[in-house]
Design a protein around this ligand. Structure first.
Ligand code: C2E
Ligand code: MG
Length: 650
């Protein structure tokens, strides 16, 4: 063969080698080397690369008609066969790893599955003596023997194993991954097919390398699973992996690390500082655990998932983490000490569903006599969630919910101007369940939409009956969580309920009760604009707690900001608290928003707020939330005396 013909003949191999080298470099630069899946992928690339290089050598020396050239070409072809044969079993194993199912294969089934591969390798290794796979005819022409077809059959066998596992665990992996795998298996199969039919078209390895490139871009690429700020896996990855582990019956030790004072750090030191401390904690966790076990669940919580049933190991890790919290954390040149509580249990024993783990991550951790590690019976509070969920269903079916109204007073006249609608559940089994407990569960289970409709309908009924107008109330506030608002069709549904009752939208003020997650921001903004153009007004609740960031508070078009009761209460405790309250009021006023302060319980607090000239007040000092009839009676009695309810009470 002349040089041009050689180049032409080996071009597929050269391209394959270049593709493999590029994939290898990129994978190593990205540091995707820690998981077994990554390692098998790298091994696949290396095997393909050897295969491509040896094939280039044999093509180069093929047909040069000297004894040395023939020896080199024959050896290279032999090496290429040895490596190529390993590709399909490796790929089948890789599919198993991607499906998260490799762990369940016992050693004996592994040996059984590897038998066809071992046999074909033996046949290849014997070839120099037996010519079972290939030989050269009298004219030194390469000819395939039965062994070559056996090798193809073995390759198909492993393709089928890969496909079988893929379909078996179809729902345990993401859409993107499963379609990527099907596509790449098809690509490899087409390559094998073409090569069986046309010996001269050396395309099979090239198809394999193309598939490997695709795997790198789709399956090995974890960008959408990573939390950019901390470098750990994000919440989406956590949800997905939990579902996968449960679907494939895997046993895991779950450690929930809650940094209990992270909300205060966020509030006092700012979002950037909180993020820096979170990063410092993540960096530490990576020194004691492989990076793929660590998930960022929310601003205060990391979840750690350790494969297997070794509870002792998990207990040791939990203790080690807690010990570290005795020392300071440094983030962006700031130093602070953080408090932490650890919840530890096993999946699926203590956490049968992925929702249980998420609930553990998101819900308040009950105080257990200052205990820092909660496990076993301490986790029984998670069971309460199921009971509350049942109570929610009972409540909706049996009409056990009631809307209470808490007066909102104008300052400084202290006359009732409106009321906040607050949901109550009186369950025959659990008794009275507070909304702070059932609302988050209703949000998780999707029941929040039905509850939201119920509250809005009750409020509309109240407004339509005309009593609030009679009492000169400006309207009623209805609580909404961000999750409710961002549901598709939410604004349309609200408008249709309100128009069904013939209520003027301006009589309804929506109070958004949760901090705004960046992901929801645009959707929320659109809903607020839409409903405001229809006449509704909006208030931001919980100002000053949680993670509501100032930018979103003021960028969203709220008419009123409601300062959380904790801000008011901590103003009494010291200068820092006082400064936070004063500054909050000043800032909100500068942004031209009305100010409501909730949680007024004492005369002293009332005096403070009167001095600060806030617009509205709400709190137990004036009235607790009341059933509708009691609220109407209270507002009526105020109207008769034309005096504030305080004067009347005195
Ligand atoms: P929120 O919107 O911050 O409502 C104010 C809560 O503070 C009410 O608790 C109210 O009873 C309480 N509160 C008002 N003044 C005082 C006071 O002076 N001292 C004390 N200690 N507490 C005071 P409640 O009714 O238990 O509601 C808790 C939370 O549940 C509400 O917080 C709101 O986030 C949520 N919620 C209640 N009803 C609904 C609803 O219909 N929909 C939605 N999405 N959430 C609701
Ligand atoms: Mg509220």
């Amino acid at each position: 063969m002349d040089d041009m013909a050689t180049l032409h003949y080996s071009s597929f191999y050269i391209c394959s080698a270049l593709l493999c080298i590029s994939c290898l470099c990129y994978t190593l630069i990205q540091g995707r080397v820690t998981r077994r899946q990554n390692q098998v992928y790298i091994l696949l690339l290396l095997t393909m690369l050897f295969c491509a290089l040896s094939s280039i050598v044999f093509v180069f020396f093929d047909g040069r008609y000297t004894a040395e050239a023939h020896f080199i070409s024959d050896t290279a072809r032999f090496v290429s066969y040895v490596f190529h044969d390993a590709l399909s079993p490796m790929f089948a194993y890789y599919v198993l790893l991607v499906c998260g199912n490799a762990w369940r294969i016992s050693r004996s089934s592994l040996i059984l599955c590897a038998t066809p591969f071992l046999l074909s390798e033996i046949v290849i290794l014997m070839n120099p003596l037996t010519d079972w796979v290939y030989y050269y005819d009298d004219a030194f022409q390469y000819c395939r023997n039965w062994g070559a077809y056996m090798i193809y059959a073995v390759a198909f066998f492993y393709m089928l194993i890969g496909l079988f596992n893929l379909f078996r665990y179809w729902y345990a992996i993401t859409d993107a991954k499963r379609y990527a795998l099907v596509f790449f298996i098809a690509l490899v199969a087409v390559g094998i097919f073409i090569q069986i039919l046309w010996l001269d078209v050396q395309i099979e390895l090239f198809m394999d390398a193309l598939a490997a490139l695709g795997l790198m871009l789709s399956i090995e690429n974890e960008d959408n699973r990573l939390d950019m700020a901390t470098g750990t896996y994000n919440r989406r990855a956590l949800i997905f992996d939990l579902k996968n582990f449960i679907a494939t019956n895997q046993v895991f030790q779950v450690i929930g690390l809650r940094m209990t004072d992270m909300p205060s750090v966020h509030r006092v030191m700012g979002a950037a500082a909180a993020e820096a401390f979170l990063r410092a904690v993540a960096d530490y966790l990576r020194t004691i655990l492989p990076p793929y076990c660590i998930y960022y669940a929310n601003m205060s919580t990391y979840i750690i998932l350790i494969h297997g049933d070794d509870e002792r190991h998990a207990t040791e890790i939990a203790a080690q983490i807690l010990d570290r919290f005795d020392a300071q954390w440094t983030g962006d040149k700031l130093e602070t000490r953080l408090n932490a509580t650890v919840t530890r249990g096993a999946l699926p024993k203590d956490f049968p569903t992925s929702d249980d783990v998420l609930f553990m991550a998101d819900s308040p951790i009950p105080a257990k006599d200052g205990k820092k590690v909660l496990s076993g019976r301490d986790l029984s509070y998670l069971l309460r969630r199921l009971e509350v969920e049942r109570a929610l269903h009972r409540g909706l079916d049996g009409n056990l919910f009631e809307v209470y109204y808490q007066p909102i007073l104008e300052s400084p006249s202290l006359r009732i101007k409106s009321a906040e609608a607050l949901l109550r559940l009186r369950d025959p089994v659990l008794g009275s369940v507070p909304p702070a407990e059932f609302i988050p569960i209703a949000e998780r289970t999707g029941l929040i939409d039905a509850l939201g409709d119920y509250v809005l309908e009750e409020v509309c009924m109240f407004l339509a009956a005309g009593i609030p107008d009679e009492l000169y109330l400006t309207g009623i506030s209805v609580n909404l969580s961000t999750l409710q608002c961002v549901q598709p069709g939410f604004a349309r549904r609200v408008k249709s309920i309100v128009s069904r009752f013939g209520v003027e939208p301006s009589k309804i003020n929506f109070e958004i009760t949760e901090s705004v997650a960046p992901d929801d921001y645009d959707a929320l903004d659109a809903v607020i604009r839409d409903l405001k153009s229809a006449g509704f007004t909006f208030a931001m609740g919980d100002y000053g707690v949680g993670y509501s960031n100032l930018q979103s508070v003021f960028a969203l078009d709220f008419d009123m900001i409601k300062i959380d009761k904790n801000i008011l209460w901590s103003a009494e405790k010291g200068n820092v608290g006082r400064a936070i309250l004063d500054n909050s009021v000043r800032m909100i006023r500068e942004m031209n928003r009305k100010i409501l302060v909730e949680g007024v319980e004492t005369e002293e607090q009332l005096r403070t707020l009167t001095r600060l000239s806030v617009d509205y007040l709400q709190g137990f000092y004036f009235s607790k939330p009341l059933p509708k009839e009691d609220f109407v009676a209270l507002a009526r009695s105020q109207q008769k005396t034309t005096q504030s309810i305080l004067v009347r009470r005195a």
